[in-house]
Ligand binder design. Structure first.
Ligand SMILES: [Zn+2]
Length: 487
């Protein structure tokens, strides 16, 4: 239809004698083959006389029917007792997810005969979940900083393989890594290994190393100065330092840049109330990253650091635990995402000092707990878009628990599901691939017993997981891909 309209416009413009070929936008490739037979060309360079084109255009417009790409053929189906459309919250009973290869082909009321059908008629089915704040290399058994000195990078990487398997088991088919310490980026190696099918795990989007000022939240190891230990690779005290470390991260494969905009809680020495990286440093990081097509997330707890990061143009604020009215207004204006990671702070208070946490860090955690609830309510009042993130070293205990924390904090059950699906996918720029079960998206499918719209805690017991059409976890075959649970 668009092409026909264009033809008409051209024919009634008598004072025009030529037209750039690029104006002749047409979805029919056959059209170009008429005008420029067999040629490769830069459309902007070609000017064509209208008079000699008019007849050809009319022929092309009327002769070339709209060619729809043929539907890929269905290879399998999943029968959902209830299928939740996370975009709207509507529920489709007895729905078939028709799958072609690794992607959803369509949602239908029946399945073609002769294809395998996975019967989840006793379950509620949702898209695969996305955890947008993980630290893949974490050792879940310790919170003692000194253990870093005794843990090799190969050992951390193996913890990563273990953690990835657990995320998948809890229904998380995608994860965003929110920065790691090692200078040689094991998270990128794990990302590529998952992509190539060498190891099982969620699809990984990864930040590089944590970018911090000296003595900041990303440089917070409390060791004596005379030890002269190697510093974190991404300690950056000036704008020039920022240029260097951001470009290094991007060179070696970072999808996101992670900035420490304020102090944090889990390290024993930084002050979470204060801003760390300067606004000029963060603005430079955003400029370099965005120019390279990458996004920027900022760890920000204290209100001053949050506001500086938002003004600098970061894409997401992580934690935002002391958000104030002015900061919430700024986030609303800038459309900044918030990944509140509520549960991990709560969980860490339960864990206490039992995993070797430094008492100074624990004391900071107690103070944060008082600020967390009001800050989150402020974010909701300002309609800030919320994304699911766990930030907990213990993936097995914590990955599914943020749902409950979000709802207890005031988010609706649908809002919590959206945080872990369509919102996270949109923030990552991957909503054409993941986050919903719409045609063309990966066949990342999970199932739970019960109704998460009525009781969000059913999300803590994901019974079935499919990733890209491959069944990872199946209640009918509990011995499939068994998971080890390290204590
Ligand atoms: Zn984190």
């Amino acid at each position: 239809m668009y092409m026909k309209h264009m033809c008409f416009t051209l024919l009634v413009q008598p004072n025009r004698h030529s037209i750039r070929a690029s104006e002749l936008q047409c979805e029919h490739t056959v059209f170009w083959s008429i005008i420029v037979p067999g040629g490769t060309f830069n459309p902007n360079m070609i000017r064509l006389p209208i008079a000699s084109l008019a007849a050809l255009i009319l022929v092309a417009c009327t002769a070339a029917p709209a060619q729809k790409a043929p539907q890929p053929s269905v290879t399998q189906a999943v029968l959902a007792g209830k299928l939740i459309d996370v975009r709207t919250g509507s529920v489709h009973a007895h729905a078939y997810i028709l799958i072609a290869g690794d992607r959803v082909q369509s949602i239908a009321d029946s399945a073609p005969s002769g294809i395998p059908v996975t019967d989840l008629s006793a379950y509620t089915v949702l898209p695969g979940l996305i955890d947008a704040h993980g630290h893949i290399l974490s050792n879940p058994t310790t919170q003692n900083f000194a253990d870093h000195l005794r843990t090799s990078i190969p050992q951390s990487t193996v913890w990563g393989v273990y953690n990835l398997r657990l995320w998948l088991d809890h229904g998380f088919t995608s994860v965003r890594d929110a920065c790691e310490g090692p200078a040689d980026y094991p998270q990128f190696a794990l990302r590529e290994s998952v992509r190539r099918g060498i190891i099982l795990g969620p699809r990984i989007t990864a930040a590089g190393s944590c970018i911090s000022i000296a003595g900041g939240h990303g440089d917070g190891a409390p060791f004596s100065p005379d030890l002269d230990l190697p510093r974190g690779r991404n300690v950056a005290d000036t704008v020039d330092d920022i240029d260097h470390v951001v470009r290094r991260d991007i060179k070696y494969g970072a999808d996101w840049i992670k900035l420490m905009a304020s102090g944090g809680v889990m390290d024993p020495i930084s002050d979470f109330h204060v801003q760390e990286l300067s606004e000029a440093q963060m603005a430079e990081a955003v400029a370099v990253a965005h120019r390279a097509g990458k996004k920027v997330m900022a760890h920000a707890e204290g209100a001053v650091g949050i506001k500086a990061a938002v003004r600098a143009g970061v894409d997401s604020i992580e934690h935002g635990t002391m958000l104030d009215e002015e900061g919430a207004t700024l986030m609303e204006q800038h459309h900044t995402w918030l990944v509140p990671t509520l549960y991990c702070f709560q969980h860490d208070m339960q864990t206490g000092l039992s995993k070797g946490r430094d008492p100074a860090s624990f004391a900071k955690g107690e103070e944060i707990m008082a600020a967390q609830g009001p800050a989150f309510k402020l974010a909701l009042a300002h309609h800030i878009r919320i994304v699911y993130g766990t930030d907990d070293a213990d993936v097995d205990e914590a990955a599914s628990m943020e749902f409950g924390a979000l709802v207890r904090g005031g988010l609706s059950t649908l809002g919590a599901l959206q945080a872990a699906t369509i919102n996270a996918a949109t923030m990552l720029g991957k909503d054409q691939d993941v986050g919903t079960l719409e045609p063309g998206r990966y066949a990342d499918v999970i199932a739970v017993k019960g109704d998460p719209l009525a009781d969000i805690t059913v999300m803590e017991h994901v019974a079935f997981v499919m990733q890209g059409g491959r069944i990872i976890k199946d209640p009918a075959h509990p011995d499939r891909n068994p998971v080890l649970h390290v204590q």
